[in-house]
Write a protein of this length. Structure first.
Lengths: 110, 115
C-alpha cells in the first residue's frame, strides 16, 4: 500500500514564501502530484513530478527527490487567495489510482 | 465543455435509504473514480474504473456499488445509507495512458447527510 505524510496546518504572511513538505511510502512509484482545494470547492491539479528536480509553474514550484521519497510544494509571493488546502498524491504504477495525503491547510495572513 | 458533472449537489437521507450519485464526463476519459472526503481524512478512494465494463475497489468500498456501462457515466450507489456515510463525495476522471501526469479532473462534489 501507500502512505503519505504532510503537515496538517501552515500559516504564512502575505508576500512571503512557504514550503509544504510531503514524504511518501509506496511499493512502486509513478510520480508525485499536488492539488489545491479551496473551502467548499473541488480539488484542482497544480503540478506533477515524475523525475527528480524542480518543476516551476508561475508562483508555484514543486520538487521531488525519489531517493529520499520526499517532495515539496513551494509557493512564492503569497497572496490571500492562496489560503486553501494542499494535497500531495502518488500512484505506485501507471494506470493505478491516485492516493492522496490528508492535506495541509495553508492560512495566509496580512 | 462541461467537464465532470455531479448530481445532486446536496442530499439528505434517512438511515437505510438507498440512492445513486450521478457522475458524467464529456472529455472521453477512460479513467473515472469516486472519492469521499471527511474532515482531517483527505480524499479516500471508494471505487474506480479504467474503462467501460471494468470497475475495481478502492480503499473504502463497503456500502457502495458502481457500474460503468458507458465511457461517460460512472454512478455511485449507496445500498443502505448509514450515518457513517455522511461525507462529501467527489467524482474524478482522467486519461488512462501511461504518460498520464496524474492530473485528475474533479466534479464539484455531492454533499450527503445521512440522519
Amino acid at each position: 500500500g501507500q502512505s503519505l505524510e504532510q503537515p496538517s496546518e501552515v500559516t504564512a504572511v502575505e508576500g512571503a514564501i512557504v514550503q509544504i513538505n510531503c514524504t511518501y511510502q509506496t511499493s512502486g512509484f509513478y510520480g508525485l502530484s499536488w492539488y489545491q482545494q479551496h473551502d467548499g470547492g473541488a480539488p484542482t491539479f497544480l503540478s506533477y513530478n515524475g523525475l527528480d528536480g524542480l518543476e516551476e509553474t508561475g508562483r508555484f514550484s514543486s520538487f521531488l527527490s525519489r531517493s529520499d521519497s520526499y517532495g515539496y510544494l513551494l509557493l512564492q509571493e503569497l497572496q490571500m487567495k492562496d489560503s486553501a488546502s494542499y494535497f500531495c498524491a502518488v500512484r505506485d504504477k501507471g494506470n493505478t489510482p491516485l492516493v492522496f495525503g490528508k492535506g495541509t491547510r495553508l492560512s495566509v495572513i496580512a | 465543455n462541461a467537464g465532470v458533472t455531479q448530481t445532486p449537489k446536496f442530499q439528505v437521507l434517512k438511515t437505510g435509504q438507498s440512492m445513486t450519485l450521478q457522475c458524467a464526463q464529456d472529455m472521453n476519459h477512460e479513467y473515472m473514480s469516486w472519492y469521499r472526503q471527511d474532515p482531517g481524512m483527505g480524499l479516500r478512494l471508494i471505487h474506480y474504473s479504467v474503462g467501460a465494463g471494468i470497475t475495481d475497489q478502492g480503499e473504502v468500498p463497503n456500502g457502495y456499488n458502481v457500474s460503468r456501462s458507458t465511457t461517460e457515466d460512472f454512478p455511485l450507489r449507496l445500498l443502505s445509507a448509514a450515518p457513517s456515510q455522511t461525507s462529501v463525495y467527489f467524482c474524478a476522471s482522467s486519461y488512462k495512458r501511461r504518460s498520464n501526469t496524474g492530473e485528475l479532473f474533479f466534479g464539484e462534489g455531492s454533499r450527503l447527510t445521512v440522519l
